[in-house]
Design a protein around this ligand. Structure first.
Ligand code: GDP
Length: 434
């Protein structure tokens, strides 16, 4: 999907607008336990067009001077975005800092839409004409607090999206990527996989700005490993900066069927691990949790059990993901990884038969009758799978309001038990059908 970045000096209201534009989606994210809320990007949608929004104001750059920060943020936007929303503040008029940002954006070849925020009432609209002088055409008056003008702004943004060539993706090839904080062993694991016995590397398919793709075959299955870590290792200092690695990881995730989320057994799980794993989950990809550096753990009988309990407690939102314990260094259990990836990918694309699905749902209803609310009872009529990657089910009911979260969860578990969707999230929607 296209990427939109919001850029502007501090306090023009970037984060308020960001939250407005992604409002509903953000609240879905917040329902997932363990997923951190302070995001610098989110998925958004306007008129059936999906895009990814980056709030560059949320990119922390330590305690560097303001000007340096603004420059860095503008550079991220220029580098990553397809369209940039340049935001100013209608109450304060054009400031020197706005002009600084404008200068940076001028040099880019990216399409730019000028938004003037804090235009909370129609009388203030006359004040926005001075913003023409910034040189980005018509200023769009908006109000983050009142949610005004956002539709017109988004119309202009969406109009500027590049035409996408539909990428030819070979469905039989499994694309996967590795994510995890620095030093968890991503590069080491890429090397370990590619140097595994009977892995035949056919070619380095391409080096994009963000990743190196390598094609290989193992046991008759074709894979592409999307390696962002190797990129960083070769890169300039500018590109090794950690904040870019998140954006790089996001693009890699988008192109993946399966995402390996790495944890360092030696240092244990930290908050950052959860945040990174949350990106894979949110994208609806198949996920395998890899506990690397297993060679550093005292190998007693209950070590795996203890670690597993810990992982499950921290990553409740990934309860469907299998865990592989391995060492990129000693190669121990490396050979178990590709079969897990393959299985997760198969489950991610699996279609179940409608009649079997409905038998499973009816059995579930018999075990645990549908809930009622205010004397109205949920009636489940029938279910059907409407999509894969991830498997998505629609359950037709008399009234979707009666479908309680916990009951949906129960049905999900029954579907999982019956069809074995290990490694993939599944989605269930209740729809009205009388
Ligand atoms: P990346 O930043 O995630 O790409 O991590 P690297 O692959 O560069 O690894 C970071 C450090 O961890 C290096 O010093 C590796 O040698 C070390 N390392 C990677 N995998 C293992 C492992 O399985 N066991 C041990 N003991 N060290 C590892």
């Amino acid at each position: 999907s296209s990427i939109v970045a919001i850029v502007g000096r501090p306090n023009v209201g970037k984060s308020t607008i960001f939250n407005r534009l992604v409002g509903e989606r953000i609240s879905i994210v917040e329902d997932i336990p363990g997923v951190t809320r302070d995001r610098i990007y989110a998925e958004a949608e306007w008129l059936n067009t999906n895009f990814r929004l980056i709030d560059t104001g949320g990119i922390e750059i330590g305690d560097e001077p303001l000007l340096v920060q603004m420059r860095e943020q503008a550079e991220v936007a220029i580098r990553e975005a397809d369209v940039i929303i340049f935001m100013a503040n209608g109450r304060e008029g054009i400031t020197a800092a706005d002009e600084e940002v404008a200068k940076l954006l001028f040099k880019s070849n990216k399409p730019i839409v000028l938004a003037v925020n804090k235009v909370d009432n129609p009388e203030m609209r006359d004040d926005i004409y001075e913003f023409y002088s910034l040189g980005f055409g018509e200023p769009h008056p908006i109000s983050g607090t009142h949610g005004l003008g956002l539709g017109d702004l988004l119309d202009s943004v969406v109009d500027l999206f590049p035409e996408r060539e539909t990428e030819q993706v070979d469905e039989d090839v499994i694309h996967f990527s590795l994510i995890g904080r620095p030093n968890v062993g991503k590069s080491s694991l890429v090397n370990a996989i590619l140097n595994e016995e009977r892995v035949i590397v056919s070619d380095i398919a391409g080096t994009t700005r963000d990743a190196i793709d390598t094609n290989f075959t193992k046991d008759g299955q074709d894979y592409v490993i999307i390696d962002t870590a190797g990129m960083r290792k070769r890169g300039k200092i500018y590109e090794t900066t950690e904040k870019y690695s998140i954006l790089r990881a996001l693009k890699a995730i988008e192109r993946s069927d399966v995402v390996l989320t790495l944890i360092d057994a030696e240092t244990g799980i930290i908050e950052q691990d959860k945040k990174i794993a949350g990106y894979a989950h949110d994208a609806g990809k198949a996920v395998v949790i890899v506990v690397n550096k297993w060679d550093t753990i005292a190998q007693h009988d209950s070590a795996i059990k203890e670690f597993e309990d810990n992982v499950r407690a921290h990553f409740q939102f990934l309860d469907y993901a299998p865990i592989v314990y391995l060492s990129a260094k000693t190669k121990k259990r490396i050979h178990t990884l590709l079969p897990k990836i393959k299985q997760a990918s198969e489950n991610h694309t699996k279609r179940v038969e409608t009649n079997v699905l409905n038998d499973v749902i009816m059995d579930a209803l018999a075990v645990n009758p549908a809930p009622s609310k205010h004397g109205n009872k949920l009636k489940v009529l029938y279910a059907t799978q409407v999509a894969v990657q991830p498997p998505t089910f629609v359950i037709f009911v008399n009234d979707p309001e009666l479908m309680h979260f916990s009951y949906e969860r129960f049905l999900e578990n029954k579907i999982r038990e019956a069809f074995g969707f290990e490694g993939t999230p599944i989605k269930i929607y209740a729809r009205k059908r009388s």
